[in-house]
Design a protein around this ligand. Structure first.
Ligand SMILES: Cc1cc2nc3c(=O)[nH]c(=O)nc-3n(C[C@H](O)[C@H](O)[C@H](O)COP(=O)(O)OP(=O)(O)OC[C@H]3O[C@@H](n4cnc5c(N)ncnc54)[C@H](O)[C@@H]3O)c2cc1C
Length: 392
């Protein structure tokens, strides 16, 4: 077959680009030894799809990719533009030759210990696959009694158009969800809506001041424990709490940021709580988070009875040829950076350990490894705190 490589990296967001950078540093040549596939039209990972009012100044703890600073960005510009341009420059600078738009449909066994990566642009055969597909493509919409009877509009963070929309201006809006996205949506919609309500399953815990480093580590450790047991990653906001900004404090004073418990059912014209209260609503905005987009790995049957994929660091415990980066404990920009480095190194060791097997054409003439280089910034609490969450 024509498309034979040592490694396929799926996804060119923060995690996939960090992986590609580290593979290259280890001596793998983009396009020959490894290929990065992404189904989006343009560079930027999920950032390119985030809503227009999410300016660069509003993202917390966006860590630069390894090897190229993101300096001097205007905090008033859209983060989709700033980060889209930065990722494009990154790909150019390191010659990462990302193939797009290429949608990966399935990864399955290819015989001889290889993996077959089936895509919209043909198939690749690889000795290892590093999946860096994020969560944006899998918004989580909880099912709720009466949901299908609702006559107004229902939107999700993934399709949130910003507050200047007919769905919000002069309308009665219910925002559902306990994470940072829900709060950001609520604050800006409350400026244009006739009425808003904010509902969450659990009482949110607001936190003053900066996030302590040990809290960040605790949050990551919690998610790491879950995925090591084969459980779905779960939410980190329950550990990190919501950072209380001045804007949020003001919103609380004007009665906007007042949490209500989850309603019991959805009626055609609004929502109803168990104590008999009801609110008429035109729009329900589900800011209920995302799930890992790992459907393309289904043929490999990696899912455990607990509902997740059992992990050992970035490596799938059941199959060392497969790594997940930006998954679970590494679902933050700094976590994705670090996971890319770990996965690249482990895959390199795996492929070298297989030297007694007949080498593939791609690895035969591979240059020797580049020297070890310094460790980057590790687990930043800001990055962890910012990861989106779902009420569960
Ligand atoms: C609303 C929101 C705000 C956030 N804010 C912050 C923040 O301020 N700071 C922070 O540190 N973190 C933040 N995070 C978390 C952060 O976005 C992520 O941890 C990190 O950027 C994700 O990088 P990624 O590479 O894992 O995923 P993504 O950026 O989602 O990249 C995944 C890539 O994979 C591609 N892809 C997916 N499926 C396929 C497929 N089947 N075939 C081919 N390509 C595919 C997609 O096109 C995409 O380019 C935020 C998350 C959300 C949802």
């Amino acid at each position: 077959m024509g498309n034979e490589v040592a490694v396929v990296v799926i996804g060119a967001g923060q995690a996939g680009l960090s992986t590609a950078f580290h593979l290259r540093r280890l001596g793998y040549e983009p396009g020959r030894d490894f290929v990065v596939l992404d189904h989006a039209e343009r560079p930027g990972g999920a950032w390119q799809f985030r809503w227009p009012t999410l300016t660069y100044g509003k993202v917390h703890g966006m860590h630069a990719l390894p090897g190229l600073e993101l300096a001097g960005a205007d905090p008033g510009r859209r983060s989709s533009e700033v980060i889209g341009e930065y990722f494009a420059a990154y790909e150019r600078t390191f010659g990462l030759a990302v193939r797009r738009p290429v949608h990966v449909r399935a990864v399955r066994e290819d015989g001889g210990g290889r993996l077959r990566v089936e895509t919209s642009a043909g198939a690749w055969s690889a000795r290892a696959v590093i999946s860096a597909t994020g969560t944006w493509d899998r918004p989580f919409w909880p099912r709720w009694p009466g949901q299908e009877t609702f006559l107004g509009r229902q939107l999700h963070t993934a399709t949130y158009p910003g507050p200047d929309s007919a769905a919000f201006t002069g309308k009665r809006v219910v925002v559902i969800g306990g994470g940072t996205s829900a709060v950001q949506h609520l604050l800006e919609i409350s400026e244009v809506a006739a009425e808003t309500a904010w509902v969450t399953r659990r009482e949110p815990s607001f936190r003053d001041g900066p996030f302590a480093e040990d809290q960040g580590r605790a949050a990551v450790a919690l998610v790491d424990r879950r995925v090591r047991q084969g459980l779905p990653p779960g939410s980190v906001v329950s550990v990190t709490g919501l950072p209380l900004t001045d804007e949020m404090a003001r919103a609380r004073e004007r009665g906007v940021l007042v949490r209500q418990p989850m309603f019991e059912r959805i009626a055609p014209d609004g929502v109803e709580w168990s104590d008999g209260r009801r609110m008429e609503a035109d729009t329900l905005l589900w800011a209920t988070g995302f799930r890992p987009a790992v459907g393309h790995l289904a043929p490999l049957r990696l899912r455990e009875p607990g509902g997740g994929i059992r992990m050992d660091g970035t490596r799938v415990a059941a199959d060392p040829r497969i790594h997940l980066v930006g998954y679970g404990p590494s679902a933050s920009t700094v976590g994705a950076n670090r996971a890319g480095r770990t996965a690249a190194r482990e895959v390199d060791r795996l492929l070298r350990g297989e030297a007694s097997r007949p080498p593939t054409k791609a690895t035969e003439d591979r240059p020797t490894a580049a020297p070890e280089y310094e460790r980057g910034n590790d687990l930043s609490p800001e990055g962890v705190a910012a990861a989106d969450s779902a009420p569960r």
